[in-house]
Design a protein around this ligand. Structure first.
Ligand SMILES: [Cu+2]
Length: 156
């Protein structure tokens, strides 16, 4: 009992940021899954998070699902012919041993097509992440109108 309480205390104190939330699955550590708030008329949205691999084995992010949207794909931004384009990442995203993968504005992201409800600031909704080796992880996406503190913004 005492051990359980201590463990819970450690989890709760992982981040001093009130808005941050994070998850652990095996040797994977997933930080602050969030989505940008979008106007009610927007059919699509994007979600972001950071995955750290503390293990000695590489893994792969295969994709994600949420009931909030019709379809969710991993996307990347590309600069091509002076234009910013998005395209689906085929075959998933490698998460190197001891490395990290960042889904953030201007880079990789989860593209959610056909939103069932608008993404309003303060909303929370579940998403299931699929990893090749670690399996599935249910996370809660926090909808925000700004990137969380510390999230890199690659605005070009
Ligand atoms: Cu996209």
């Amino acid at each position: 009992m005492r051990k359980t309480l201590l463990a819970l205390g450690a989890l709760l104190s992982v981040s001093g940021n009130l808005y941050a939330h994070d998850y652990t699955l095996g040797s994977l550590h997933i930080e602050h899954p969030w989505a940008m708030a979008v106007p009610a008329v927007s059919p699509n949205g994007a979600a972001y998070l950071v995955i750290h691999n503390m293990g000695a084995q590489a893994d792969k992010l295969l994709g994600a699902d949420t009931a909030r949207a019709g379809k969710t794909e991993i996307h990347e931004h590309l600069h091509k012919d002076g234009l910013m384009k998005m395209q689906q990442v085929q075959g998933g995203l490698d998460i190197p041993a001891g490395g990290e993968v960042r889904l953030e504005q201007g880079g990789y992201h989860f593209m959610m097509f056909g939103l069932k409800q608008p993404l309003n600031d303060g909303d929370k909704f579940p998403m299931t992440l699929h990893f090749q080796k670690a399996g599935d992880l249910d996370v809660e996406i926090h909808v925000q109108k700004e990137a969380p503190p510390g999230a890199a913004e690659h605005q070009h």
